[in-house]
Design a protein around this ligand. Structure first.
Ligand code: FES
Length: 216
């Protein structure tokens, strides 16, 4: 069984969902995906052992079939992990002054990411963004909105949390004026090959612990 799911089912998220409900959400989202399932690739190439999942051990994720502009969601330590293959156009937006002005922590000063992802792209490798997909307000799962204005007119692309309206940009940075107080966390990870990610393991020489973030 794959531990990946689709972004497309997430509108089914209820407004009163708390963190403990994640597994329910994921199950419901997969069941409700329907025709939208085709929009996002169902990644089935990673099959970590159940013991590895239980232990929260590192898991390898093959990103070779994730097209530019697409997001996949994998489950790690029972958390949804968003992985986005960002396009050059997406990356170009991340340093626009007009966007930075709208963000609460545009320089990632709060400890919500490893040191190797505390940079303009919030990633080890700009093309791929890796986030814990749990809203830092009350723990709902935000919906990917890769096209500006596709969820809310005039809003930049990123993620929208339907529960209480928090918004994040394409680096997982939270917007000002929303309930969520922090950027989406970045888990430990590194690339072992150009399109192979080792989730849950730091690059050599780094010692970041996800438990050290301000808020999951
Ligand atoms: S849980 Fe409240 S805005 Fe996301």
């Amino acid at each position: 069984m794959s531990d990946a799911t689709h972004e497309a089912g997430e509108p089914a998220v209820r407004t009163d969902i708390q963190r403990r409900d994640f597994l329910y959400i994921a199950t419901g989202a997969m069941a409700a995906t329907g025709t939208l399932a085709a929009v996002w690739p169902f990644i089935d190439q990673m099959n970590p052992t159940s013991s590895a999942l239980a232990a929260g051990g590192p898991m390898s994720v093959d990103l070779s079939s994730v097209a530019p502009g697409q997001q996949i969601i994998v489950r790690w330590r029972s958390m949804p992990i968003f992985i986005v293959h960002r396009t050059p156009a997406m990356l170009a937006t991340l340093r626009e002054p007009s966007l930075l002005d709208m963000l609460r922590d545009p320089q990632s000063e709060e400890t919500q990411q490893p040191p190797y992802a505390r940079n303009w792209s919030r990633s080890e490798k700009p093309d791929y963004l890796v986030l814990v997909g749990i809203c830092t307000h009350l723990g709902c799962i935000p919906t990917f909105s890769p096209v500006a204005g596709s969820l809310i007119a005039s809003e930049p692309s990123g993620w929208l949390c339907h529960c209480h309206g928090s918004k994040y940009d394409l680096a997982g940075r939270v917007f000002k004026g929303v309930p969520a107080p922090f950027n989406l966390p970045v888990p430990p990870y590194h690339f072992t090959r150009p399109t192979t990610l080792m989730l849950g393991e730091n690059p050599q020489g780094a010692s970041f612990d996800l438990g050290s973030v301000q808020q999951l």
